[in-house]
Design a protein around this ligand. Structure first.
Ligand SMILES: Nc1nc2c(ncn2[C@@H]2O[C@H](COP(=O)(O)OP(=O)(O)OP(=O)(O)O)[C@@H](O)[C@H]2O)c(=O)[nH]1
Length: 369
């Protein structure tokens, strides 16, 4: 029996087994097996002549645009990136990725049109790795839907899930430490609903014989398998609904209904018309927010504060991260920094590398001579 048939059989068995306490450990073992076989298949199919999308990270942040063919991805990328932005030179190993650089508030935001989703990429036919390698570089996933086909969201999120991408969720916080004896020991908080037997079963399936496992919060079997596999990518997402120019106002409630049915908040999604270039300011603003970008104006010795080309970082980044991004000598010769603006207690506050920066801070780095 080939791997694909084995995967199919496991899927069927999981679907046919009713879930209850008596079957939980068995299902856990099946799911662990399935995840393992899927990974094997992916490795197999990308080993022979796989033309991985070696997407290089350019710019300050990267957005993966996922959507069905013809929802308007290319139109949007062109609309976002033509007028006031430069398109950099890219070294993609394939022409299938359609990259664009959006310039917004001094930041360079790379937008990648993710190919291959929806062509069964995740179904183990060899494209999964490539999709994953594109999305892995991203800081945010934007689902692009057509206003008449909100149900496309289901397929898209399913495909991302199948390619080991987890959307809008935190990685399970479990700790596994291999030991030399005493089998598998599980320490878990009271709210964990999985049986200890299930947890052990999943771990054994992955070859653990002796280990200490700590589980500090409740989780599902799938989340447990994710944690053990340790190759999942966790990303935030947002939804853009295109072709809004095509609907009458009276159709809007239907769209909202469709969104709510998928647990999507109609107030949170962005309606746009890529073709007519409408709603794009709102979209850019939301990209900025969802990415959590901040602008740092560098005060350069002898040249004053540069408000034109800010250093763009992520929320939570520190002076140390700023040094690292600027690179080179600053990092090594760092003495202290002076910060003015939202994160500072007072103007020119003296801070170290651990100081957390905020949007529109002015930063001067004092380096050793
Ligand atoms: N009415 C309307 N048509 C649009 C809009 N955006 C895109 N289109 C049209 O939809 C068609 C598909 O647009 P593309 O940008 O090529 O779509 P795509 O998602 O890049 O498609 P693939 O390259 O097949 O993945 C084109 O005919 C566009 O002119 C929009 O906002 N409103």
């Amino acid at each position: 029996m080939g791997l694909e048939e084995e995967i199919e059989e496991l899927r069927e068995e999981i679907a046919e087994t009713p879930y209850n306490k008596a079957t939980e450990a068995h299902i856990g073992r099946l799911k662990a097996k399935l995840a393992e076989k899927k990974e094997k298949l992916e490795n197999q199919s990308s080993a022979g002549g796989g033309h991985g999308y070696a997407v290089e990270k350019h710019g300050d942040a990267t957005v993966a645009l996922v959507g069905f063919p013809s929802v308007g991805k290319s139109t949007l990328i062109n609309a976002l990136t033509n007028a006031d932005s430069e398109v950099g030179s890219y070294e993609f190993t394939t022409l299938d990725v359609n990259p664009g650089m959006l310039k917004y508030r001094g930041a360079n935001i790379q937008i990648l049109d993710v190919p291959g989703l929806i062509e069964g990429a995740a179904g183990g036919r060899g494209g999964g790795k490539e999709v994953l390698s594109v999305v892995r570089t991203a800081d945010l996933v934007v689902f692009m839907l057509s206003v008449f086909e909100i149900e496309q969201y289901d397929r898209l999120s399913e495909e991302l899930y199948e390619t080991n991408i987890r959307i809008d969720t935190e990685p399970p916080n479990i700790n596994i430490r291999k030991t030399h004896k005493d089998g598998i020991g599980v320490t878990m908080s009271d709210d964990v609903s999985l049986d200890e037997g299930t947890i052990k079963q999943v771990l054994r399936e992955y070859g653990y014989v002796n280990a200490k496992v700590t589980i500090p919060h409740d989780l599902t079997i799938d989340e447990l398998v994710d944690a053990v596999m340790d190759n999942r990518v966790y990303l935030p997402s947002m939804v853009a609904i295109n072709k809004a120019d095509l609907i009458e106002k009276s159709y809007l409630p239907t769209v909202k209904e469709e969104l709510r049915a998928r647990d999507l908040d109609p107030e949170e999604v962005i309606f746009i018309s890529a073709e007519e270039e409408r709603g794009l300011d709102g979209l850019k603003e939301r990209l900025w927010e969802e990415l959590g970008l901040i602008r740092i104006y560098m005060d350069k010795p002898g040249r004053g504060v540069d408000y034109e080309e800010p250093l763009v970082l992520f929320e939570g980044d520190t002076v140390g991260d700023a040094c690292e991004k600027i690179g080179g000598e600053f990092d090594e010769r760092f003495k202290f920094a002076r910060v003015s603006g939202p994160s500072a207690k007072h103007d020119d506050q003296q801070v170290g590398k651990g100081h957390e920066l905020a949007d529109e801070d002015v930063l001067r780095i004092v380096a050793r001579k």
